[in-house]
Design a protein around this ligand. Structure first.
Ligand SMILES: [Zn+2]
Length: 133
């Protein structure tokens, strides 16, 4: 099945991302973001943005999900993520971190606004040129 199909699994991930967004700590921007990352073992790592009075200390939802998965021993280049579902388009920093672990064809689903269809991208669409050492 092509990976751009809005399957029941993708819809479930998008719901999980939307629920995670409700737990965001965003008292400064009031922009709540959630992420649900399907991992190689079939489990899901969730993230929400966590802001700080020192703005630079803020962490995006996507990287919260990625780093939690890494800390759980479930994410590495040998255990790449399978699908990322998010409630907003990822920033370039998060895309670069994704590229550390995932191939260019990783599916990224972005939940639509109320009544809109989710959008599908591949990692390479959003970050065609990655930084590599
Ligand atoms: Zn980000």
């Amino acid at each position: 099945m092509p990976n751009n199909q809005l399957t029941a699994q993708v819809q479930e991930l998008l719901e999980q991302a939307q629920n995670a967004a409700k737990r965001a700590y965003a008292p400064y921007s009031h922009f709540q973001v959630g992420a649900a990352l399907l991992l190689a073992d079939g489990s899901v790592s969730l993230g929400c943005n966590v802001e700080n009075a020192s703005y630079g200390a803020t962490m995006c939802a996507e990287r919260v999900a990625l780093f939690a998965a890494c800390a759980a021993g479930k994410l590495s280049p040998q255990q790449p993520p399978q699908i990322l579902a998010v409630t907003a388009l990822p920033c370039a920093l998060c895309l670069q971190v994704l590229a550390e672990f995932a191939g260019p064809d990783l599916s990224i689903w972005v939940a639509g606004a109320e009544g809109e269809q989710p959008q599908h991208f591949c990692l390479k669409d959003l970050l065609p040129h990655t930084f590599k050492l």
